[in-house]
Design a binder for this molecule. Structure first.
Ligand SMILES: C[C@@]1(CC(=O)O)C2=NC(=C\c3[nH]c(c(CCC(=O)O)c3CC(=O)O)Cc3[nH]c(c(CC(=O)O)c3CCC(=O)O)/C=C3\N/C(=C\2)[C@@H](CCC(=O)O)[C@]3(C)CC(=O)O)/[C@H]1CCC(=O)O
Ligand SMILES: NC(=O)c1ccc[n+]([C@@H]2O[C@H](COP(=O)([O-])OP(=O)(O)OC[C@H]3O[C@@H](n4cnc5c(N)ncnc54)[C@H](O)[C@@H]3O)[C@@H](O)[C@H]2O)c1
Length: 155
């Protein structure tokens, strides 16, 4: 995503895009996937989750929102027709392959285990109705992004 000459303080421009009914694939259904599904569901996305093991949190989320669960290992067909693909399995090689497949299908992709392979970074989010604040720390300190989001949440 970045070139070596790019100063870190350049930062990333926040795009606020409409996810209403957009088809999003989340590969993996563990801690990180659950955190991201919980956020995406608030924006009305049409979410499909694929993983051989589905965490309790993801199951609970699917009970509350329109989330399609495929309880099986990821396969390339899962990327067909997707607007966005999030690779959040615990296998780095597989995550890289998922991003490649997503690109082949014309999707924008995010790899939770490798920032270099992200078309966009997943933000920390504070949402009150249609008022949305997205936090990004430039990819260098994920803990700082979390702290910032927590501070904003208290305002
Ligand atoms: C904002 C947030 C959204 C979310 O994830 O929901 C988010 N990371 C969060 C937390 C967090 N992530 C990690 C830790 C463990 C401690 C640590 O490493 O510090 C913690 C702390 C924690 O969980 O408390 C580990 C980690 N993260 C990335 C990698 C891979 C890499 O760097 O290549 C690894 C190593 C994985 C491994 O070990 O294999 C990559 C990315 N994480 C990003 C987003 C993107 C831009 C981040 C930015 O703004 O700079 C980026 C670049 C790409 C992306 O994933 O989109 C969320 C806060 C949510 C909130 O609380 O609001
Ligand atoms: N970006 C971030 O903020 C951040 C933070 C911490 C960790 N991570 C990275 O995120 C990834 C996931 O971490 P986690 O804590 O959610 O892991 P986890 O162990 O909780 O979950 C892993 C999930 O991957 C699924 N999986 C395994 N093989 C699969 C396959 N073939 N097809 C589909 N799904 C498969 C499992 O069934 C499980 O649901 C790791 O690669 C980790 O390095 C990213």
């Amino acid at each position: 995503m970045t070139s070596n000459e790019r100063p870190e303080e350049t930062g990333y421009f926040p795009l606020f895009i409409d996810l209403w009914k957009k088809k999003i694939l989340v590969a993996g259904a563990g801690n990180i996937a659950a955190r991201r599904i919980a956020v995406l569901a608030q924006f009305g996305a049409d979410i499909t989750v694929v993983a051989p093991e589905i965490s309790e949190t993801v199951r609970e989320l699917s009970g509350r929102s329109q989330i399609n669960i495929l309880c099986k290992p990821y396969e390339p067909d899962c990327c067909k027709g997707m607007y966005m693909v999030l690779a959040a399995t615990d296998n780095r090689e597989l995550n890289a392959k998922i991003c490649q497949d997503g690109h082949d299908e014309g999707a924008i992709v995010n790899n939770a285990s490798d920032k270099i392979q992200c078309d966009f970074y997943f933000p920390g989010i504070v949402k009150r109705g249609a008022d949305v604040i997205g936090v990004n720390a430039g990819g260098s300190s994920h803990g700082r992004a979390r702290q910032l989001r927590e501070r904003i949440e208290k305002l």
